[in-house]
Design a protein around this ligand. Structure first.
Ligand code: URA
Length: 484
């Protein structure tokens, strides 16, 4: 094939690398039929080192400007991750044609546009599956705890998906290993490496039970559509999922329940809960009564006093010195706290930090904890939506808060919001009615009830200004009494 220009890409999935190679081709007017693409390491029949022909060099040197429509880079980044061997040529053809037809990408009926969008869609779908089906296993390393997951994507999507995991699991050290590429997160930065084999990854540990219980509890027979489920969770992924062993039984139980249900009714979420109850639960006995904050922390991390532990990533114990003059009690950890295992580090925590500063309270010298130690949420798409804990859950978890209060014995306790107030006082009170005054006294432990900082985040700005002022005033009151 004389005159064919061979482009060998060292990083065939990398958009910037591809773009820098094709930019000159476009500028030199090299038509798509004159170019062939291959990756380093591919055998060279198609890609023998052919020099550009004089004819090609003379062709169409129209402008040094390469036109790149705004939606092209995103599309190209996805297409490049597809395993289709013709993807580089397809993208080059598109970029070439875009020079004469700037709105080409909007023409869905065009064969090249359609093909590129189809590849991009397959890649997005693969990324979605990776986000849904990666399951980490805990391992002990010299640097401490780390998490490893094995995954087999269809396309080269590890780099595309990696930032999602870095944000979602920011507080853990983890690696995701695939046959072609591995990605590692050390809490600071992502690093990419070569792939590995399935047998190089850990296989089994307590997290498996956690996932099984979680899956069976979110499994709702009323919504069971087996074909849709198979499409969403294709069988090839099942072997790597701890919960996969439950799928046949849950499916059969749902079908039985469907048959047994009176005409017109459907199996309810309650029957899903009964299925959950039938699964072995992971309970850990806490021996003795912890008598130091370190012992409380260790015991809280094993807590299975209620069902919330099966869904949260980890328990979030309180933090702060054992002789803190002030204890601040929130409702429950939020999404970020759940991932990091530390209270008040997310948006509500930042609001609290600003108010503590304004009230003259040193966060480092304050004990921060929550009424409920596990994050309660419902999954909605990619998000986990906060759910207020029930009175039952609050009352169960008081065991921990009471211990913390006994050990720290703060001069003042600040309860943030109604849930914390119930946990601290043991009864339901109105925050509006109780705020702005001290209950009890600092000698035996006074209490101030105030609003929750998350409430301030939801207010329109004008109202938030006044509510922030009152929030800071409540904190300052606690500080003054603690200092007196
Ligand atoms: N909200 C709380 O009540 N506690 C936290 O730790 C974070 C958000």
């Amino acid at each position: 094939m004389s005159g064919l220009i061979s482009i060998v890409l060292d990083e065939p999935t990398d958009y910037d690398a591809w773009r820098s190679r094709v930019r000159e081709l476009i500028q030199d007017g090299i038509a798509p039929e004159q170019v062939s693409f291959g990756s380093a390491g591919c055998s060279g029949d198609l890609f023998g080192a052919a020099a550009p022909s004089a004819g090609a060099r003379r062709a169409l040197r129209r402008s040094s400007e390469v036109r790149v429509p705004r939606n092209f880079p995103k599309l190209a980044r996805q297409v490049l991750c597809h395993r289709d061997a013709g993807r580089h040529a397809l993208l080059y053809r598109l970029l070439w044609r875009v020079q004469a037809s700037p709105r080409l990408l909007e023409n869905e009926a065009d064969g090249d546009v359609h093909a590129a969008k189809r590849l991009a869609q397959a890649v997005r779908r693969d990324v979605h599956k990776m986000k849904a089906f990666v399951r980490f296993r805990r391992v002990e390393t010299e640097e401490g705890e780390a998490f490893v997951a094995w995954f087999e994507p269809e396309h080269s999507i590890v780099k595309l998906a990696a930032t999602f995991f870095a944000e979602r699991f920011a507080g853990m050290r983890w690696s995701i290993v695939t046959p072609a590429c591995s990605v590692h997160w050390d809490g600071q930065a992502l690093a990419f490496d070569s792939g590995a084999r399935r047998q190089d990854c850990p296989d089994d540990d307590a997290l498996e039970a956690h996932w099984r219980v979680y899956y069976s509890s979110i499994f709702n027979p009323a919504r069971l559509k087996v074909n849709a489920m198979r499409a969403e969770m294709p069988k090839k992924y099942w072997k790597n999922l701890p919960e996969s062993r439950l799928i046949p039984e849950l499916t059969r139980s749902a079908e039985r329940a469907q048959r047994a249900a009176p005409a017109g009714s459907s199996p309810s979420a309650a029957s899903a809960r009964r299925l959950v109850a039938a699964q072995p639960q992971q309970t850990v006995a806490v021996e003795g009564r912890p008598d130091s904050l370190a012992a409380v922390r260790a015991a809280v991390s094993q807590c299975a006093r209620c069902d919330l532990c099966h869904f949260a990533t980890t328990a979030v114990p309180g933090v702060g010195p054992a002789d803190a003059p002030i204890m601040v009690v929130g409702e429950q950890p939020g999404d970020q706290e759940d991932l990091a295992g530390r209270p008040f580090i997310g948006p509500a925590g930042q609001e609290l930090d600003a108010a503590l500063l304004a009230a003259g309270i040193d966060r480092e010298q304050t004990y921060l904890t929550n009424a409920v130690k596990h994050f309660k949420f419902v999954p909605r798409g990619k998000r986990r939506i906060h759910q207020r804990p029930t009175f039952g859950e609050v009352d169960h978890c008081r065991w921990w808060l009471d211990l913390e209060r006994e050990i720290v014995a703060p001069r003042m306790t600040v309860a943030l919001g109604a849930t914390a107030a119930r946990a601290v006082l043991g009864r339901t009170v109105s925050v509006t009615a109780e705020r702005g005054r001290v209950m009890g006294d600092a000698r035996t432990g006074g209490i101030v009830v105030t609003t929750h900082p998350a409430y301030l985040l939801r207010l329109p700005e004008r109202e938030a200004v006044e509510q922030r002022r009152r929030f800071v005033a409540d904190l300052r009151l606690a500080q003054e009494v603690a200092e007196a």
